[in-house]
Design a protein around this ligand. Structure first.
Ligand SMILES: Cc1cc2nc3c(=O)[nH]c(=O)nc-3n(C[C@H](O)[C@H](O)[C@H](O)COP(=O)(O)OP(=O)(O)OC[C@H]3O[C@@H](n4cnc5c(N)ncnc54)[C@H](O)[C@@H]3O)c2cc1C
Length: 278
């Protein structure tokens, strides 16, 4: 059965009753089906206007679960979101960005999901709603593996929440693919740096995607960057061993060795880009 609830309450009730699959923009949902028809009920959440759009209070930004990549690109957001906006512009094409949602990208949980590294760098959390409860968890805990998340079948990812406090941080996103457009990445990097009043790094966050089952923060590198002068040459602080948390694989797009090498270069470039745009 095809169900199209009009609000979140109806949607979580429909999910609880039907055990159906959620359909948002459909840009991962339909390609995954191939020639097959969906098995079981489909709960189309595209009428849930109440969970679309971006809002903010003094502590959090809230990206509603039906917010599209185009909505992200068009929203007025602080500098710390530059990486997420850059990633949004890399998701497929304009047509895909108009339909595809941030929440769909996270729930699909591809190792190559462009939204994940910038949202990890933003320390994002996810809000999961079901008929029984609303719960929250860090995005880093929500993503548990290749196409695996902590989402229960009766839950809708209702919002992505981003803590404030890094609003003025400088951020960037770099994606390497085999061609310039409409490409699944070989590696991608989101970097975010907040300088202190002396021009040194007060806080740094670096996340790498497509090089492990889920994108990873490079916490060793992040710690090593703190206190360093935030200026051209900062890439010299990046050592290959700080990328050892990555576990790239050989596949049709690249070898593991190439991915590791490319990631090192991308991390260095991303940090230099941040320093240049200070
Ligand atoms: C041609 C093409 C190019 C693409 N290029 C890229 C790319 O460059 N980078 C990239 O990262 N992705 C890319 N994608 C993948 C896709 O566009 C994105 O992952 C998109 O963000 C998915 O969002 P959606 O709303 O379409 O999700 P859907 O396809 O509707 O759903 C995806 C999965 O998430 C679940 N789901 C969706 N919303 C929710 C919710 N709110 N709560 C719980 N579960 C939910 C669905 O049940 C489904 O399992 C591409 C896809 C196509 C077809």
């Amino acid at each position: 059965m095809y169900l199209k609830p009009k609000n979140l309450h109806e949607a979580v009730s429909a999910l609880a009753a039907s055990g159906g699959q959620i359909l948002a923009g459909g840009t991962d949902f339909y390609p995954a089906l191939g020639e097959r028809l969906p098995q079981g009920d489909v709960v189309d959440i595209t009428a849930l206007g109440e969970i679309r759009g971006i809002s903010a209070d003094k502590d959090w930004f809230r990206i509603g679960g039906l917010t599209t990549w185009t909505d992200v690109i068009r929203a007025k957001l602080p500098r710390s979101f530059d990486a997420l906006k850059a990633a949004a512009r890399e998701v497929g094409s304009v047509q895909i960005q108009n339909r595809g949602t941030v929440a769909g990208n996270l729930c699909n949980a591809s190792p190559a999901a462009d939204g994940v590294p910038p949202l990890l760098a933003l320390d994002a959390e996810v809000e999961l709603s079901s008929a029984a409860e609303t719960r929250r968890m860090p995005l880093s805990k929500f993503l548990t593996g290749n196409r695996k998340t902590m989402r229960r079948p009766d839950e809708i990812l209702a919002a992505v929440l981003i803590p404030r406090g890094m609003d003025d941080a400088i951020s960037t996103f770099l994606k390497l693919g085999a061609r310039r457009y409409l490409v699944i990445s070989i590696s991608m990097v989101a970097a975010m740096v907040r300088p202190d009043e002396t021009g040194c790094v007060a806080e740094a966050r670096v996340a790498v995607g497509s090089c492990s089952a889920t994108a990873q923060r490079l916490t060793g590198l992040e710690a090593a960057l703190v206190g360093r002068p935030f200026k051209s040459g900062i890439a010299g602080a990046v050592k290959p061993e700080q990328l050892s948390v990555l576990s790239p694989i050989d596949d049709v797009r690249a070898t593991a060795v190439y991915r590791r090498d490319a990631s090192l270069t991308l991390v260095r470039r991303a940090l230099e880009d941040c320093a240049r745009s200070l």
